[in-house]
Ligand binder design. Structure first.
Ligand SMILES: Cc1ncc(COP(=O)(O)O)c(C=O)c1O
Length: 389
C-alpha cells in the first residue's frame, strides 16, 4: 500500500507551542524562574484529594454515564443557579467533561462544520485556534486593544460576523490578557446573539479569579439567549485541580443530547473518583478559593507595580485570571526575541505574546500564580538587568 500523507491535515498544520519552546530554552539554566505555566502554584486542597481517594477506595472504578454522575450534575446545577444566575435541568442541560479543553473540543465537533468561521479573541488561548483547525474551520480574530483594557466587546465582534460565522467564543476573565467583560459589555454581546442568532461559547474557567471587587457575570444569565449560549467551566483553575481533568458544559437540551452522543465517541466518561472530588469542591471548596485568590491578588499587585518600574515594560493592572500581559515594545524587539533576551539576561522564563496568535505581538505573558518569593526574585533580577525608569 502506498500512502504519501501519513499525517492528517490537522496534524500537519498544528503549530508548535511558543511557550514550550521557551521551556526548552530555559533548560540550560539551573536557577531559572518559570512564569509561563498557566496553572496554580498550589496543589488541590486536601479535602478534595481525600474525596477522590475515597472514590477509589469505594471501588468507583467503572465507566460512568456519558453525561457524568448524577451527584455531580446536581451539584453543578445548584452552583450555576446560586452563583451564576443560570437555571438548568441537570438531566437535560449538563455534561461533565475532561476539563474545559475537552468541553471546547466537544462543542466544536458538535456545532462546527468544515469551512465555518469561528470568532475568537486575538490574542487568544492557543488551544482555541488548534481546535478550530482540527474541525477544518476558519479562525477569525477579534483583535482587542490594550487602550480598551483588552476587552472583546460587541463593537469588535459585529463587523466580523458573516454568513459563515457559526460560533463565537468569549473568555472573561481572559487568558492571556487578564481582561474582563462587565455586565454592560455582556448585555451588548447578548444583543448581537439575538440579532444574528449565532451560537456563542462563554468559556469561564477563571470566573472566580477576579480582583478589585470586580463582579463576574455569566452571559447565559441574560434572559432571551439561553438557546444560543454554551457555558463552559472547569475545576482546574478555581480549585487548583488542573490534573483532575473535570469540567462541564451547560447548553440547551438538543445540543446537550448531541454533546453526550459525541462524548461517548471521544472519551466516554470522566473518571468517577475525579467527579466525586469535584462534588466536594463545589460544596466545600469556597474557603480554599478565597484564600488562593487573596494570594494571587498580592502577587498581582507586586508584579504590576514591579514591571511598571522597570525599563521596557508598561503593564495594565488586570482585573481577572492570573496573568499579566505587559507591553514590551519598549525593548525595541519582537516579542519572541524579547522573551529570549529576558531569559538570557535574568533566567526568568516568560511566554512571548506571539505564542497567543498574531495579535499578541508587542507583549509577553507572565503567569503570577506561582510563589510570591519567586515573583519578587524575578522582578529583582529584571530590575538589575534592565534598570528602572
Ligand atoms: C481560556 C482557557 N480555557 C480553557 C482552559 C482549559 O482548562 P482545563 O482543560 O484545565 O479545564 C484554559 C487552560 O489554560 C484556558 O486558559
Amino acid at each position: 500500500m502506498h500512502n504519501k500523507n501519513i499525517l492528517s491535515t490537522a496534524a500537519q498544520n498544528a503549530l508548535p507551542s511558543g511557550v514550550r519552546r521557551m521551556f526548552e530554552l530555559a533548560k540550560k539554566y539551573d536557577d531559572s524562574i518559570n512564569l509561563t505555566l498557566g496553572e496554580p502554584g498550589f496543589t488541590a486542597p486536601d479535602h478534595i484529594i481525600e474525596a477522590g481517594i475515597k472514590g477509589l477506595k469505594d471501588k468507583k472504578t467503572k465507566y460512568t454515564p456519558n453525561a457524568g454522575i448524577k451527584e455531580l450534575r446536581d451539584a453543578i446545577a445548584y452552583k450555576l443557579e446560586k452563583e451564576n444566575g443560570i437555571k438548568c435541568d441537570p438531566d437535560k442541560n449538563l455534561i461533565v467533561t475532561a476539563g474545559a479543553t475537552q468541553a471546547l473540543m466537544l462543542s466544536m465537533v458538535t456545532l462546527v462544520n468544515p469551512g465555518d468561521e469561528v470568532i475568537i479573541q486575538g490574542p487568544n488561548w492557543p488551544d482555541y485556534r488548534g481546535q478550530i483547525d482540527m474541525v477544518n474551520a476558519k479562525t477569525v480574530y477579534a483583535k482587542v486593544d490594550e487602550k480598551n483594557d483588552f476587552k472583546m466587546t460587541a463593537d469588535v465582534i459585529e463587523p466580523l460576523i458573516t454568513d459563515k460565522t457559526k460560533l463565537i467564543i468569549i473568555n472573561s476573565p481572559s487568558n492571556p490578557t487578564g481582561g474582563v467583560l462587565d455586565y454592560a459589555d455582556l448585555i451588548k454581546i447578548a444583543e448581537l446573539v439575538k440579532k444574528y442568532k449565532i451560537f456563542i461559547i462563554s468559556d469561564e474557567p477563571y470566573e472566580k479569579l477576579v480582583y478589585d471587587g470586580f463582579e463576574q457575570k455569566s452571559l447565559a444569565s441574560i434572559p432571551g439567549i439561553e438557546e444560543y449560549v454554551l457555558t463552559i467551566n472547569s475545576f482546574s483553575k478555581t480549585f487548583a485541580m488542573t490534573g483532575f481533568r473535570v469540567g462541564y458544559i451547560c447548553a440547551n437540551e438538543k445540543i446537550t443530547e448531541n454533546l453526550i452522543k459525541l462524548h461517548e465517541n471521544m472519551i466516554a466518561s470522566v473518571p468517577e473518583p475525579m467527579q466525586l472530588a469535584a462534588v466536594e469542591a463545589i460544596y466545600n471548596g469556597e474557603k480554599d478559593v478565597r484564600e488562593m485568590v487573596a494570594y494571587y491578588d498580592r502577587n498581582r499587585k507586586l508584579i504590576v507595580e514591579g514591571l511598571n518600574r522597570i525599563n521596557g515594560f508598561s503593564c495594565l493592572c488586570p482585573k481577572g485570571a492570573f496573568y499579566v500581559f505587559p507591553n514590551i515594545t519598549g525593548f525595541g524587539m519582537r516579542s519572541r526575541e524579547t522573551a529570549e533576551y529576558i531569559l538570557e539576561k535574568t533566567h526568568v522564563v516568560t511566554s512571548p505574546g506571539d505564542a497567543f496568535g498574531p495579535d499578541g505581538e508587542g507583549y509577553i505573558r507572565i503567569c503570577y500564580a506561582s510563589k510570591y518569593e519567586d515573583i519578587k526574585e524575578a522582578l529583582s533580577r529584571m530590575e538589575k538587568a534592565f534598570g528602572t525608569k
